[in-house]
Design a protein around this ligand. Structure first.
Ligand code: ATP
Ligand code: MG
Ligand code: MG
Ligand code: MG
Length: 472
């Protein structure tokens, strides 16, 4: 089943059951506590909190999401992307657990025709009610597992609505890992769909899993998220999200540019690089289309890290010419029908990717040499770590985001003195502030260029920078 049909099937199923389809909200959330949209529920937060009334008690959507916590997973797991589409159904004080569970089971087994014997269920530790509902649907106890806060209690990580959840996982078979269910192996038993029983309000502070639960929401709600990319991988019988029809044309282009085939999921650095370039191309295109521009702070920095990481991995594949324009072009061609903003913003995507790649491409080789030399020295002296000074110089002079440096160091079995790096960065920022925010000529020029590009392409919701003085 093609991804277009997967979306359509989902929306039709829930529309037929009284849900009103609503469009995806932009990747820039209307919520100051959140950097980027990470889930379908983000745009409904105030409805769950009882601070506003939803347009209808049942909604359904296909939501664009970007998660930076998954950057390092891309290409290393079969199932993580930094940009993905989340299919969701929502109930605001209307149906609750029983219907949410019955709908999810029916749509997966009847409409997408997943083998019910390969579906595993997880529930929150003490949620006997959910266990009972799954039993009645016919899931044997042997395929129901109870997990704790980290896996089966959902919240965004900032104050807001939260609740216990139940997830549907699919057994991809022994080629993907070991037996024992999702509690044992989350690559083999890939998590597809999270059903959140949104009933609590969480407070501030603490680690996500032990934040305080302040009390009940005004009503009991349902919030679900089914990963389109993961479902597509299963229905299209491909190993990783990069090989689904969402990304396959882009992966094909990367192979063409590299002049050799993607080696498959073999865990090699080469395999990771193919997937990183492919996957980050999509995130880049979608972030720019929604008005994010490269910068050194906040979401602008998320975009910059993703673009620079893609360029570095492209060079690792031997692609020496500019690559971002070509790969984002293939994303627009492939996904523009489903997401017309990609087409509308094509000019901006082309201009921003060209400009950013030029800015970084010029220093990438020199920075890479410095990095290799520093790694060599650290190995010789057996220090086991790269100095904060090196990481800072790479950032400051060569435009290497810290996670690129960390990634390269880790590949060589080293870690990075991040504390020292942070101190040096702080000092530099303080100096820049005291010195009247002097950006330096090159940085001033670049900032102005991005502003001009935005004006020329008619976007006024410019939000890429939150802190201009740090722009380098
Ligand atoms: P995982 O444990 O695999 O990282 P999660 O528990 O963080 O997933 P949820 O927050 O429950 O994910 O999001 C709901 C659904 O969105 C997931 O069940 C999955 O199908 C999908 N999803 C989450 N993160 C990603 C990602 N990085 N790439 C692709 N799909 C994702
Ligand atoms: Mg996750
Ligand atoms: Mg999970
Ligand atoms: Mg989950």
């Amino acid at each position: 089943m093609r991804s277009a049909d997967i979306r359509r099937t989902f929306l039709d199923y829930f529309t037929e059951r009284g849900h009103t389809p609503v469009p995806s909200s932009p990747l820039i959330p209307d919520d100051p506590t959140l950097l980027l949209t990470i889930a379908g529920m983000n745009q409904f937060k105030s409805h769950f909190l009882g601070e506003s009334t939803p347009p209808a008690p049942r909604l359904t959507s296909v939501q664009k999401c970007v998660r930076t916590n998954d950057i390092a997973n891309v290409g290393r797991t079969t199932r993580h992307a930094t940009f993905f589409e989340m299919l969701g159904n929502f109930s605001f004080g209307d149906y609750f657990k029983a219907d949410a569970i019955a709908y999810a089971w029916e749509v997966l087994t009847r409409h997408y025709q997943l083998d019910p014997d390969r579906l595993w269920i997880t529930v929150f530790t003490d949620d006997d009610e959910a266990v009972d509902l799954w039993r009645r649907i016919g899931v044997p106890d042997s395929r129901i597992q109870r997990l704790g806060m980290a896996d089966n209690y959902w919240s965004t990580g900032v104050p807001g609505p939260s609740g216990p959840s139940s997830e549907l996982c699919y057994d991809r078979g022994p080629a993907f890992g070991v037996e024992g269910g999702p509690a044992v192996d989350d690559e083999r038993y890939v998590e597809l769909w999270n059903l959140v029983f949104m009933q609590h309000r969480r407070g501030e502070g603490g680690v996500k899993r032990d934040f305080p639960i302040l009390g009940d929401l005004p009503s009991r709600n349902i919030d679900t998220g089914l990963g389109l990319d993961r479902l597509a991988a299963i229905l299209q019988d491909v190993e990783t999200v990069c090989q689904t029809d969402l990304l396959a044309p882009t992966l094909a282009l990367v192979q063409e540019l590299a002049g050799r085939p993607y080696p498959g999921r073999d865990g090699s650095p080469e395999s990771v690089s193919f997937q990183v370039v492919t996957e980050h191309a999509r995130t880049t295109a979608f972030l720019i289309a929604d008005g994010v521009l490269p910068g050194n702070e906040g979401r602008g920095y998320v975009l910059r890290r993703i673009m620079r990481r893609a360029v570095r991995h492209a060079r690792a594949l031997g692609i020496e010419e500019p690559v971002l324009g070509a790969v984002t072009g293939s994303v627009i061609a492939n996904l523009g029908a489903a997401w017309p903003e990609l087409v509308t913003q094509r000019g901006l995507i082309e201009a921003v990717t060209a400009h950013e790649e030029e800015a970084f491409g010029g220093t990438l080789r020199q920075g890479g040499r410095l990095l290799d030399a520093a790694i060599g020295r650290a190995r010789e002296t057996n220090s086991g770590r790269l100095s904060g000074e090196t990481a800072f110089e790479l950032h400051d002079t060569y435009g290497f985001p810290i996670d690129l440096t960390v990634e390269a160091a880790q590949a060589a079995g080293l870690d990075v003195d991040r504390d020292r790096y942070a101190t040096l960065l702080d000092e530099q920022r303080r100096r820049a502030r005291d010195g009247g925010r002097d950006l330096g000529t090159a940085a001033r020029h670049r900032t102005q260029t991005y502003r001009d590009l935005l004006t020329r392409h008619g976007r006024t919701d410019f939000v890429g920078y939150t802190d201009l003085h740090a722009e380098t």
